[in-house]
Design a protein around this ligand. Sequence first.
Ligand code: MLT
Length: 328
Amino acid sequence: MKLRTSILAGLGALLASSFIGSALAADPYPNKPVTLVVPFAAGGPTDAVARLIAIPMGKSLGQTVIVENTVGAGGTIAATRVARSAPDGYTVFIHHMGMATAPALYKKLQFDPMTDFEYIGQVVDVPMVLLGRKNFPPNNFKELEVYIKANKDKVTLANAGPGAVSQLCGLLFMSREGVELTTVPYKGTGPALTDLLGGQVDLLCDQTTQTVPYIRDGLVKTYGVTTPKRLSALPNIPTLDEQGLKGFDVKVWHGMYVSKGTPPAVLAKINKALNAALNDPEVKTRLAESNIEIVPPSKATPAGLKNHLESEINKWGPVIRKAGAYAD
Ligand code: MLT
């Protein structure tokens, strides 16, 4: 009886281990949809890039990549959600340089960009444009400078909250002009652009991702691009630098992350999917139309993103602290 029990127990253990073994073998990552968390509102620039790359990433992974917008607090709510997610590769995060500005901007941050994440790679670099509503009186940058100084109490400047690049660009612009305008925060520049087009706000510094067609069609006024060189998609729009704001240089880099402890094999699969998306002909064409630059392969790597993030934290921290900008 004793012998029979132990034989049965042994057989049971053998069966269980071979079952677990075959289940693991038949269950490689990913075996269910992957969520791509976007830290700003749907219809905005980060969302647009995420939705564009989600499809070819899904093809590479063999699973659907679902975009989820977790909005608020300049992307820090989404970053906290991802930092606390299971390290299994099913919660992927795309965020821009707000990951580097948040540590200096936020007094209490619930995550550490340098210790709470694994890095997949850099994604794209996006220039910005300073826009005004169509019927805003100043017709060019020189007129804008005069107008905002004379009307600083009534001019409104939209942004996507503390930690957003629209806020950073607006802060740099106001500090260079020596004026403080009334800022109007949104949950992303998607809704902010809608209000600019509707004439509810006066100014917005936004990425080119969705603004190029409105600029070309004259539905907004465009006062300058934020990069030192003019953009091929908008060759007639002067830079802010060439119009007097020497050295004005804001280009928005984006990175992809998962939570700390995600296994290397999973990281490798997500990185492969990211690079497949960045090499997708349809993605390339669509991004080029908006003057969005795909990063070179050496930057679409974990080390490429980690090193860049670290240098950007060191770059923006002193600038933000000097400007006295902070958020609760
Ligand atoms: C967005 O996707 O809405 C933007 O990236 C927000 C911003 O940072 O300005």
